[in-house]
Design a binder for this molecule. Structure first.
Ligand code: SF4
Length: 305
């Protein structure tokens, strides 16, 4: 079977078996082409909630499939590749948060959505990169512990000077590979280009960029901007997706090192194996855990409006 034949077979099987396919924007082009929805983890969860399908396949990493399951417990949710995890989501545990709360009792704890379901049950609020500033500005607490990404935390802190935001060690190993030198090199090589980065990048990278925002924000900015050239500082698949979306513009990676091997673990063959029933991993979570995490995620959806 070649790629096209496999894609056609996936499309036939997903219709026959009532499977909704969600693909994170960091997935490869052949997977995006057979997905019902593409986007960031938060947007995909909302799409899964709205869709009538009984089965959902997440092409992304584990915390994303868990979030879909928590928001749609009545659906059968599957992760396309069982080994696809997010290293950042493993950097802090529920117990770590409980220790922080004891140490800083006057602080509210805010967690990035890239965390485990267990951790989400003990924090005061959850945010995405696109909703973080809005949510923090609307929180009554001034003192905030932002976990687990210190780079996203410091980017948010800069835009919320009225808050006292404390961050800790950690971060996305893929975005941390982009350095200040990469920005200086890109400015010299592409003087006409705008540099767009994700706030998971190091603080010194974000500060030198023309725009910092979520994956969805970067894609929207590049599509709407009148500029003709862009240097993209996020997972490198976005460079390719933008090139498909805007063939008249030019896109360059800020660093060829910014590749998430966890996101890339999923292949079209994994998707085919799942929809054909050859290899499936259904997400099963404790109902009480899901209820507790759902309250936190729904609070995030409400406060993000
Ligand atoms: S890009 Fe970073 S934050 Fe996103 S899934 Fe990969 S490791 Fe996790």
């Amino acid at each position: 079977m070649n790629i096209k034949e496999m894609q056609e077979e996936i499309l036939r099987l997903k219709k026959e078996k009532d499977i909704l396919i969600l693909a994170h924007a960091y997935q490869s082009q052949d997977i995006l082409e057979i997905a019902d929805y593409t986007g960031d983890s938060f947007g995909l969860s909302l799409q899964a909630q709205k869709a009538p399908n009984k089965n959902v396949l997440m092409c992304g990493v584990r915390f994303m499939a868990d979030t879909v399951k928590v928001l749609s417990p009545e659906k059968h949710v599957y992760l396309a590749n069982r080994n696809a995890g997010c290293p950042m989501a493993q950097q802090m545990t529920k117990e770590d948060v409980q220790m922080l709360k004891e140490k800083y009792p006057e602080y509210a704890v805010v967690a990035y959505i890239n965390t485990t379901t267990e951790l989400k049950t003990v924090v005061d609020n959850i945010v995405t990169s696109s909703s973080a500033v809005h949510i923090l500005k609307n929180m009554p607490e001034k003192d905030i512990l932002f976990i687990p990404d210190p780079n996203l935390g410091s980017w948010v802190a800069k835009q919320c000077p009225e808050k006292n935001i404390k961050t800790f060690q950690g971060g996305c190993p893929s975005h941390l590979r982009i350095t200040k030198k990469d920005v200086e090199k890109a400015r010299a090589q592409h003087p006409e280009a705008e540099i767009l980065v994700h706030p998971e990048c190091r603080k010194e990278v974000t500060e030198l960029a023309d725009y910092a925002g979520s994956t969805t924000g970067i894609m929207k900015y590049a599509q709407e901007s009148s500029a003709k050239e862009f240097v993209i500082g996020t997972e490198n698949s976005i460079v390719q997706h933008l090139q498909f979306a805007c063939p008249d513009k030019k896109f360059y990676p800020l660093s060829i090192e910014c590749v998430c091997h966890n996101m890339k673990a999923t292949t079209l063959v994994d998707v085919y194996n799942m929809v054909s029933g050859k290899d499936q991993e259904e997400i099963i979570l404790d109902p009480a855990l899901m209820d507790s995490a759902r309250h936190a995620i729904e609070r995030m959806i409400e406060s993000g409006k």
